[in-house]
Design a protein around this ligand. Structure first.
Ligand SMILES: *Cc1c(COP(=O)(O)O)cnc(C)c1O
Length: 368
């Protein structure tokens, strides 16, 4: 039996059907209906935030989080991320300035941010990679010092806590993705969390065509609303989230136990003061020590029915669509990590036997 890299979490069929039954009575399918309102309230409580706005997907949530911030000029970000982060900046007419990442947890290297700040810089958009938290405290200090906005791409960090607080409370705004492949899903979906009510109102208008009221349209918005079926899925999945994360942790711990003795593998590290959501299991392969390259291991696993993912590879600053615009040599750590990293299968239903099987295949190939 093949082992996929991920598998979406779903409630039972009966639980979902029960949740959507009402929709056949109300015939209210989208435009901030009862399920949407219910999910917003539940998520606010779960994340401990003042404001939340739900979206049709994480990418639109990020694009609109940026639009509502009225930024200009340059935005400091990292290339070791999903296409979405960089595209959201560029599609807002802003220039991404790429900062390197640190080798330990793959988030933005806070020591290198300051030298990239110019009089054109208006914001920092860091990414909580694999559920690892960025150094939120130092980023906040820098933002205060230079009067910059901070929007976190927290797509990987739903369910992560730093010093007992959710990832949602850091920065001026934090974006989550509720895509089918994430720890928590609404099929497709996303959210922006924030403090300011005015900002929340702007987001609300922008995701609904810029409509203020029946007769006034005063923002150039688009359509990025979450519908009732997505929200209903979210309500169901939220009930099981803690259990899902606990199951992921079990698989994660077996991976660590089984792989820790193998030379040439760099495994995920527990961050201080962080409760992880075990979103991904990234390993980094040192070809000389391990005896096989990342690409070769990827293929070798595939031949054995194990599907891993080169995530994140390639770097966003080396994408075809940005050819000749950026220099990947300016982010050397990100470049080497993207050539060495592989995320192994991880999902709540991944069995102990399958994790052990994957580790055995890897161990067989490791140099003695
Ligand atoms: C998944 C993801 C997104 C985009 O979210 P979608 O819901 O798929 O649109 C953005 N950034 C990162 C880092 C992601 O992993």
């Amino acid at each position: 039996m093949d082992i996929p890299v991920t598998r979406s979490s779903m409630p039972s069929f009966e639980e979902y059907v029960e949740e959507i039954k009402e929709l056949w009575e109300s015939h209210w399918l989208t435009n901030m209906g009862i399920k949407h309102k219910t999910l917003e309230e539940q998520l606010k409580k779960y994340l401990g935030v003042n404001g939340i706005s739900l979206f049709c997907n994480g990418h639109m949530a990020l694009e609109m989080a940026i639009q509502a911030m009225n930024l200009s000029g340059e935005v400091i970000t990292t290339p070791f991320t999903f296409a979405s982060t960089t595209h959201a900046i560029v599609r807002n007419g802003l220039t991404p300035v790429f900062c390197d990442i640190n080798e330990k947890d793959y988030t933005i290297d806070v020591d290198k941010i300051e030298t990239l700040i110019t009089d054109k810089t208006s914001a920092i958009i860091p990414v909580h990679v694999y559920g690892n938290m960025c150094d939120v405290e130092r980023i906040e200090k820098l933002a205060r010092k230079y009067d910059l906005k901070v929007i976190y791409d927290a797509a990987h960090a739903f369910g992560v806590k730093y010093k007992g607080k959710s990832a949602a409370v850091y920065g001026d705004a934090a974006m989550f993705s509720f895509h089918a492949t994430k720890v928590y899903n609404t099929i497709e979906g996303g959210a922006v969390c924030f403090e300011s009510d005015d900002y929340g109102l702007d987001l609300y208008r922008i995701k609904n065509f810029g409509i203020r009221n029946e007769e006034v349209v005063d923002a150039v918005g688009a359509n990025a609303k979450m519908n009732e079926f997505q929200a209903a899925m979210g309500i169901c999945n939220l009930r099981h989230l803690d259990e899902e994360i606990a199951k992921r942790k079990i698989a994660h711990d077996i991976y660590i136990e089984q792989l820790k003795g193998i030379k040439g593998l760099y495994l995920p590290q527990q961050q201080e003061n962080v409760e992880s959501n075990y979103a991904y299991f990234p390993i980094r392969i040192n070809e000389n020590e391990f005896g096989m390259s990342r690409d070769a291991l990827y293929l070798y696993l595939k031949e054995h029915g194990v599907f891993s993912r080169k995530y994140f590879y390639p770097l966003t600053n080396s994408f075809e669509c940005y050819r000749d615009k950026f220099d990947v040599e300016k982010t050397p750590v990100a470049l080497s990590v993207s050539n060495e990293v592989l995320t192994l299968p991880l999902y709540a239903e991944l069995s102990e036997a399958d994790v052990k099987k994957i580790c055995k295949i890897i161990a067989q190939r490791a140099k003695a």
